[in-house]
Design a protein around this ligand. Structure first.
Ligand SMILES: [Zn+2]
Length: 245
C-alpha cells in the first residue's frame, strides 16, 4: 500500500510537471524570424530577440528558407517577423505566402523589409508600404526613388495612445536611419509619426491582410536603434498584438 501511495505521488508529480511545461509552452510565442538580402549587425540584433520575455524564435534566412512560407506554418509559429530584404519569391512561393496569410498567422515587418520583394505588386498591400527603387505610381500618385540617410536623430510622436502597441508609451527620440519618399497605403492605421525633414511622417502602423494582423515599424537600422528601450517595447508589443495576445 505504501508503495502504491508513493507511486501515485510520483505519477501526480509527473502529471503536474507536464501540465506546467505545456502551460509554459502555450504562453510563449513562437516566432519565425527572416533575414537576408541586406547586411545588419547580427550579434546585437539576435541579442534583442534573446531578451524578449516569452518569445521563442527560429531563424529563417532568405531566400534559402522561402519554401517554408505556406499554409501549415501557422501550426508551428504564431508570428513571422520579417527583417529580410529578399529580392523576390518565385510565383508559386508568392501564392503560398498569400495563402499562409489567409490562415491568420501574425506578421511583423521591420525597417528595410519595406524594400523586399521589389517587383511583387502584392507585397506593399501585405505590409502597407513600399520603399521605391524605381519611379512608380501607387493609389494614383507618382513616386520617385525613395531615399535614406544614416545616423539621424528622430523625434517620434505617438499618435494613437489607445492602441495596445503604443498605449502608455511616451514620445521618444531615437538615433537611426531615415527613409524618405516611400509609399504608405491609405489602408493603414498610423501609430507613430516624426517631423524629421528627411523622413516620411508615418513611422509605424498596423494593417490587415487576409486574416493576418500586420504591424510595420520603419525604424531599426542598427544597435543604436535596437538598444533604445522604446524599440524593444514596440517590437515586443507588436509581436503580441499580431498574435492576438
Ligand atoms: Zn537600414
Amino acid at each position: 500500500m505504501k508503495k502504491l501511495l508513493s507511486l501515485l505521488a510520483v505519477f501526480s508529480l509527473v502529471a503536474f510537471l507536464a501540465g506546467a511545461a505545456s502551460a509554459q509552452q502555450a504562453d510563449s510565442l513562437r516566432v519565425l524570424l527572416t533575414f537576408g538580402g541586406h547586411g545588419f549587425q547580427e550579434e546585437p540584433f539576435f541579442a534583442m530577440f534573446d531578451a524578449l520575455p516569452g518569445v521563442e524564435y527560429t531563424k529563417a534566412p532568405l531566400p534559402e528558407k522561402a519554401d517554408l512560407f505556406k499554409p501549415g506554418l501557422e501550426k508551428q509559429f504564431d508570428v513571422i517577423v520579417m527583417y529580410d530584404m529578399v529580392s523576390g519569391f518565385k510565383p508559386e512561393q508568392q501564392q503560398a505566402f498569400v495563402e499562409l496569410l489567409n490562415t491568420g498567422i501574425g506578421v511583423v515587418s521591420l525597417h528595410h523589409n519595406m524594400g523586399a520583394h521589389r517587383d511583387w505588386a502584392e507585397f506593399p498591400k501585405i505590409i502597407g508600404g513600399k520603399f521605391i527603387f524605381e519611379p512608380a505610381a501607387f493609389e494614383g500618385k507618382e513616386y520617385q526613388k525613395s531615399t535614406w540617410s544614416h545616423g539621424e536623430d528622430l523625434k517620434v510622436t505617438v499618435v494613437d495612445r489607445e492602441h495596445p502597441i503604443t498605449r502608455g508609451l511616451d514620445d521618444f527620440e531615437i538615433h537611426d536611419e531615415t527613409y524618405g519618399g516611400y509609399f504608405t497605403s491609405s489602408n493603414v492605421h498610423v501609430l507613430l509619426k516624426t517631423d524629421h525633414p528627411k523622413n516620411d511622417p508615418n513611422l509605424a502602423w498596423t494593417t490587415q491582410y487576409g486574416k493576418s494582423r500586420v504591424f510595420y515599424l520603419m525604424l531599426g537600422h542598427d544597435r543604436l536603434a535596437w538598444e533604445n528601450p522604446a524599440y524593444s517595447k514596440l517590437l515586443d508589443r507588436g509581436i503580441r498584438w499580431v498574435a492576438g495576445r
